[in-house]
Design a protein around this ligand. Structure first.
Ligand SMILES: [Zn+2]
Length: 264
């Protein structure tokens, strides 16, 4: 059991809360209130969750469908695989509604002429920041379907699921989001100019939201090896699934041969 930093209680219902080392925002397991503890005054946050529309059976069906489909997978993937774990965990995220404008000066060389370009690159985003420090969750690949957003309610959670508290507070998340948006804008500039002479991005955060998103964390074994797969429990999409290398079976030999035949 993790060592508790201090003994605290929920500012809304008075229930006892446990704050593990590194956690800065705790969600009350009794009433679902999220509070930030800094000094001795708790601060209550607006807090949402995404509705889980995929239960355990649904997650299994999605897993099987994923194994059946796609050209890069071994032919016997579904038949020869065994699902070894399947757990639903609610991960904490911040979502920032951001307007970004990058004023740039650069040179376009790809046309053969050194053409100087200036302009404003304007974009708006819903930018996601995972509020945990550990783990290699693919936040950028995760679409985070905001259409399924509802107020946080422990009664509406998937049975036997758990939620993780936030280790990153909203101020730090805001800083990270601004840095990432700035980097992203610079990447987008590459479509417009080949050499960037100057780029200044101004970022306006219009709204910030703290929410928990339900994810099915699963792993399966195939030929004595284990592979992870993540399913968005709100949308039902596979966020990321690891595919075993080709087994070299007869079916794949035929597919490969046919590919070679028709390629030329
Ligand atoms: Zn409470």
């Amino acid at each position: 059991m993790p060592e508790l930093v201090e003994s605290i209680s929920c500012p809304k219902c008075g229930g006892p809360l446990t704050l593990a080392p590194g956690e800065v925002i705790v969600t009350c397991p009794y009433c679902g209130t999220a509070s930030r503890f800094q000094g001795n005054k708790p601060f209550i946050l607006r807090h949402s969750m995404l509705t889980a529309r995929v239960d355990r059976d649904g997650a299994l069906r999605i897993l099987e469908g994923w194994m059946d489909g796609g050209v890069m997978k071994p032919d016997d993937l579904r038949k020869a695989s065994r699902v070894t774990s399947l757990e639903c965990t609610y991960l904490p995220f911040y979502v920032f509604e951001v307007d970004a404008t990058t004023n740039y000066v650069g040179v376009l060389t790809r046309t053969g002429t050194n053409e100087r370009r200036t302009g404003d690159l304007r974009r708006d985003f819903f930018w996601k920041i995972l509020a945990r420090r550990s783990g290699d969750f693919p936040t950028r690949e995760f679409k985070l379907p905001l259409a399924f957003k509802v107020p946080f309610d422990t009664g509406g959670m998937v049975r036997d699921s758990r939620f993780l508290n936030a280790e990153v507070d909203e101020d730090e998340a805001d800083r990270i989001a601004r840095e990432q948006v700035d980097d992203h804008q610079r990447e987008l500039l590459r479509d417009l100019v080949d050499t960037v002479e100057s780029a200044r991005t101004s970022i306006e955060v219009k709204d910030a939201e703290f929410l928990h998103a339900p994810i099915w964390f699963s792993s399966y074994t195939y030929r004595d090896r284990s592979y992870p797969i993540l399913i968005d429990a709100a949308s039902g999409e596979v966020i990321r699934g690891e595919i075993p290398p080709p087994s070299g079976g007869f079916g794949e030999f035929v597919k490969g041969a046919a590919r070679d035949l028709f390629r030329r």
